[in-house]
Write a protein that binds this ligand. Structure first.
Ligand SMILES: NC(=O)c1ccc[n+]([C@@H]2O[C@H](COP(=O)([O-])OP(=O)(O)OC[C@H]3O[C@@H](n4cnc5c(N)ncnc54)[C@H](OP(=O)(O)O)[C@@H]3O)[C@@H](O)[C@H]2O)c1
Length: 255
């Protein structure tokens, strides 16, 4: 029987994969057989990830890209096809949050930046990648969203709006492209120990409150998310589309 978690033969592109959740996704997908494109704004940091993957026997290639810039996003897709000839699994992982505070205090520039980077760039990438997947009989797009898109927050309002929009983006694309066997899903992590969320888990009082209300009594590690992204791209995930997979230690379902 074929291993339902095997990614051999797939080419995967993961944005924001120089560290944190994206790095874990790239490493786990490569360990399951995918050729991976490692991408972020900083080529050096990406090269370190790619060379670690190669040392472990995987296949990885670096293409730097700021996902907020359309011309760079187009180049990212073009260079992926030039290098590997196709793209099977797109993981839209990179996102930004330049503003912590109440929605009443956010500037137009901050709001626009969050929406452009966290939503519009995912649409750019999907629109570039999905037609090729459809032509070849299928593929996957996985968007790393957040439980911030499910719950209200007094300090992360705009970020939450952008992450909730990702759910709708995934559902719309899943309906549009399902007939061509392109599956589009979101993962919604809870608090994960990365640089992005440092302000939340470094604050001891905040962490304590969080742990008490989290059934698993811990915050996430990047690998908790990396494996889910790999699963969604694998044959094991073949009947899942348009969904939001929450991975948060249970914080949204109980206290
Ligand atoms: N950590 C959490 O608690 C948590 C919870 C829920 C959801 N998430 C989501 O998980 C995803 C990854 O976050 P993370 O926690 O792994 O963050 P992280 O450790 O800070 O890593 C972010 C990655 O994105 C890259 N990046 C940042 N801005 C970029 C841009 N404009 N263009 C391209 N790459 C960019 C960074 O590299 P460069 O600096 O080199 O560009 C880095 O590789 C995000 O979508 C985030 O919203 C995180």
């Amino acid at each position: 029987m074929k291993n339902p978690f095997d990614l051999t033969g797939q080419v995967a592109l993961i944005t924001g994969s120089s560290r944190g959740i994206g790095r874990s996704i790239a490493e786990i997908m490569a360990s399951m057989g995918a050729k991976v494109v490692v991408s972020s704004r900083k080529a050096d940091a990406c090269e370190e990830v790619a060379s670690a993957i190669r040392k472990s026997g995987g296949d990885a290639h670096v293409i730097p890209c700021n996902i907020g810039r359309k011309e760079e996003v187009e180049l990212l897709h073009r260079k992926t096809i030039e290098k590997y000839g196709k793209l099977d699994a797109l993981v839209c992982n990179a996102a930004v949050n330049p503003y912590y505070g109440p929605l009443g205090g956010i500037s137009d520039d901050q709001f626009d930046k969050i929406m452009a980077t966290n939503i519009k760039s995912n649409l750019w990438l999907a629109n570039l990648a999905v037609p090729g997947m459809a032509e070849r009989g299928g593929g996957t797009v996985t968007i790393i969203s957040s439980i911030g898109g499910i719950r209200g927050s007094a300090i992360l309002g705009a970020y939450g709006i952008s992450k909730a929009a990702d759910f709708a983006l995934a559902r719309a694309l899943a309906v549009e492209w399902g007939p061509k066997n392109v599956r589009v899903n979101c993962i919604a992590p809870g608090l994960v120990k990365t640089d992005f969320a440092k302000a939340l888990w470094e604050d001891e009082a905040n962490l304590k409150r969080r742990l008490v209300t989290t059934p698993l009594r811990r915050i996430g590690e990047p690998e908790d998310i990396g494996g889910i992204a790999a699963f969604l791209a694998a044959p094991a995930g073949a009947f899942i589309t348009g969904q939001v997979i929450v991975a948060d230690g249970g914080v949204t379902i109980g206290s």
